[in-house]
Design a protein around this ligand. Structure first.
Ligand code: PXL
Length: 283
């Protein structure tokens, strides 16, 4: 057996609502990857559509965890970050990258902060500037169209998009620094939705689309990012990993829509995991 891959996922724990760590941990583990976590905060629910949620900030636990891990000489094949709640957390995570970057590991930053043209309510208008600095240190970034617009200081375009618009956006995002860009929420017509990716080392741009399912389902960015990383770490190239992640996310949404679940409760990725495992040719 080849050496088992090990990653660290640095996100919050939203106790209810299937996003961030409650999504990343099961998806990556199910695909054979040893998944360590650094929880950045504990919330009773995510912040998308719920009111009255609790929030326990764990910012000041991140450095001590990192120091302990350094004393143990731990190494990770990937560092995967998602929702980070403050400038201080961005700075501490940036230091973590400096401490745990190796020649070959993949730093994947999902710049979680916005969707549908708007910043999430918990972020101040200058937060994208801080997130941009973290993205500069990444090997891969996975913004949605709104996050890409905020990172680039461009006006939000609600779509549909042209191929040229998406290709230009990918090129501009790659000038931030990362070698690989995966842009989600891409559509050229009203019937299909998916993602586009650019691999700067080969210059190759690829698209992956599936049938569009109406409704705004929470946590799908985390389902997508986790499946993408699972595929990359299992040896798939960027274009194929993007296809696998689009397929897994859309199938999870399809099941959830069929069940009529509250869109705030996240998507049924659990019952879609066998499909992911099959598409990665695992076990
Ligand atoms: O899925 C992204 C996410 C993660 N964590 C928290 C969130 C959100 C999006 O709203 O609120 C706490």
């Amino acid at each position: 057996m080849t050496r088992q891959k090990r990653i660290v996922a640095i996100h919050d724990i939203s106790c209810f609502g299937r996003c961030s760590l409650t999504v990343a941990l099961p998806i990556l583990s199910a695909t054979g990857i040893e998944t360590s976590v650094i929880p950045t905060a504990v919330l009773s629910t995510h912040t998308g559509g719920f009111t009255g949620y609790t929030f326990r900030d764990l910012t000041h636990d991140i450095r001590p965890i990192s120091e302990h891990w350094r004393s143990l000489g731990l190494e990770f094949d990937s560092i995967y970050t998602g929702y980070l709640g403050s400038f201080e957390q961005l700075d501490i995570v940036s230091e973590f990258f400096d401490d745990f970057r190796t020649q070959n590991n993949i730093i994947l930053v999902d710049p979680v902060m916005a969707d549908n043209g708007k910043l999430y309510p918990s972020f101040s208008p200058d937060f994208p500037k801080g997130m941009l600095k973290l993205c500069q240190k990444a090997d891969i970034i996975v913004p949605n169209i709104t996050e890409a617009a905020f990172l680039l200081g461009r006006p939000y375009n609600p779509g549909p998009y042209t191929e040229k618009y998406i290709k230009d956006m990918l090129m501009e995002l790659s000038s931030i620094g990362p070698e690989r860009i995966v842009l989600t929420g891409v559509f050229f017509d009203d019937r299909h939705l998916g993602a586009a990716c650019l691999d700067k080392t080969t210059g190759k741009i690829s698209f992956a689309f599936e049938e569009k399912i109406e409704g705004y389902y929470h946590g799908t960015g985390d389902v997508f990012g986790s499946a993408l990383l699972a595929a990359l770490l299992n040896g798939f190239d960027l274009a194929d990993s993007t296809k696998v992640a689009v397929d897994f996310t859309v199938e999870s949404i399809r099941k959830t829509k069929a069940a009529g679940t509250d869109v705030r409760f996240g998507v049924n990725f659990e019952c879609t995991l066998p499909r992911l495992i099959k598409s990665l040719n695992l076990y």
